[in-house]
Design a protein around this ligand. Structure first.
Ligand SMILES: *Cc1c(COP(=O)(O)O)cnc(C)c1O
Length: 388
């Protein structure tokens, strides 16, 4: 990343850790080998694949067999949701439940099931703080419910959902539970037994690993219709020659993220509390979106009355500051965030909100620079477009 840039968009993607790159190098620069080949080059690739699978299983507290490597977060999520739904349809299960604040990978996978596969879907509401009410889940579960998918932590607000509680409710009713845990590594515990989840999705590039490689944890015995058909890789759950370099990178990055979790959380909390406190104190008519305490310390979503996020993002970008309107998928369009709308914000409030996400290379000095700049920029925008 260029030196002069102030990067506050770690929730979109993180820079590759040099230690991760080093672990990947033998599989990038020479011959990586095909893990399905019988000869020694293939066996070396298979060994690296097995080792990576064990490392990931160790962090998640599961069996290596329960790990499926994929091409990223969206692929893991699609495999979990479509794969389980299609496998259970034969048993009369034609209903899925999720929440209104999910990533588009979840929402659009569910749209697909409804549009093309004859499923019905229920999206649970959230309150103003961005949290799902477990009682709403209990009330939404039906005899036909196949699967519930609720994210661990939201990518726009950082708000954390009560996953263990939601999973327990599902299991009382014999329903399977998936969580999109893409934003969690390095900040929240990932032990799948303690969480009680049946399926969990991750993607390496959100925790300093490479882009284009992900994990789906699937509890032993979980029914699944594969979504990519071909060879027998990944125990027939995901065909295609494995991305050995990427998988080795993912396993290394996840191990580091877990090892440094306590320290990372502490560092991020100090920085984000300073940012939140500074903005709320210095900028009138500003607010924090999402629960103040039950959230990832890496994500700070702030609202400013009478401004357009797009204009503020442009002014920040001119000064080398990278932030986001929340979801990368909707930036470039003027659609207000579905996450903020679901939390009860008006379209104007949602369109005046901006996400700063912090990470490993964020410094106290960078936060001060941002705090010095923001009040002027917000005032500048309010001056040219005064509130009606
Ligand atoms: C980034 C993200 C995804 C998608 O992951 P990709 O690797 O980009 O496919 C899914 N869910 C959440 C919460 C995310 O932040």
């Amino acid at each position: 990343m260029p030196e002069h840039l102030l990067y506050f968009d770690y929730a979109a993607t993180t820079p590759l850790d040099p230690c991760v790159l080093e672990a990947m190098m033998p599989f990038l620069s020479g011959m990586s080998g095909n893990a399905s080949s019988i000869h020694q080059v293939g066996r070396a690739a298979l060994q690296a694949l097995d080792d990576a699978r064990e490392q990931v299983a160790f962090v998640l507290g599961c069996q290596p067999k329960e790990i499926v490597f994929t091409g990223g977060g969206s692929e893991s999520i699609n495999l979990a949701i479509k794969g389980v739904a299609m496998a259970l349809r034969a048993h009369g299960k034609t209903h899925v439940i999720s929440s209104a604040v999910e990533h588009h990978a979840v929402l659009h996978a569910i749209d697909y099931l409804v549009e093309y596969e004859g499923f019905r879907a229920t999206l649970l509401p959230v309150d103003r703080s961005g949290r799902v009410n477990p009682a709403d889940l209990s009330a939404a579960i039906r005899h036909e419910t196949a699967l519930v998918s609720v994210m661990y932590a939201n990518n726009e607000t950082g708000v954390i959902q009560p996953i263990a509680e939601l999973a327990a409710i599902c299991h009382e009713h014999g329903v399977l539970f998936h969580t999109d845990a893409v934003q969690a590594p390095g900040q929240l515990p990932l032990d799948v037994q303690a969480l009680g989840v049946d399926l969990l999705s991750l993607t390496a590039h959100k925790f300093y690993g490479p882009q284009g490689v992900g994990v789906l944890y699937m509890r032993r015995g979980t029914p699944l219709v594969p979504q990519i058909n071909g060879g027998a890789q990944e125990r027939r759950r995901r065909a295609g020659t494995e991305n050995i370099a990427g998988i080795v990178g993912l396993a290394t990055a996840l191990t580091i993220a877990e090892r440094e979790r306590a320290q990372y959380v502490h560092q991020l909390r100090t920085l984000s509390e300073r940012l939140i406190g500074g903005v709320l104190q210095r900028i009138p008519h500003s607010w924090l979106n999402g629960d103040r305490t039950c959230r990832l310390p890496s994500i700070v979503n702030l609202g400013f009355a009478c401004i357009e996020t797009e204009s503020l993002l442009l002014l920040l970008d001119q000064r080398g500051i990278c932030a986001s309107s929340g979801s990368a998928c909707t930036s470039g369009s003027l659609e207000p965030s579905h996450v903020l709308l679901a939390m009860g914000l008006s379209p104007e409030e949602a369109n005046g909100s901006i996400r700063f996400s912090l990470g490993r290379h964020t410094t106290a000095e960078q936060i001060e620079t941002l705090l010095e700049l923001l009040p002027d920029l917000v005032a500048q925008l309010r001056a040219v477009a005064p509130c009606a």
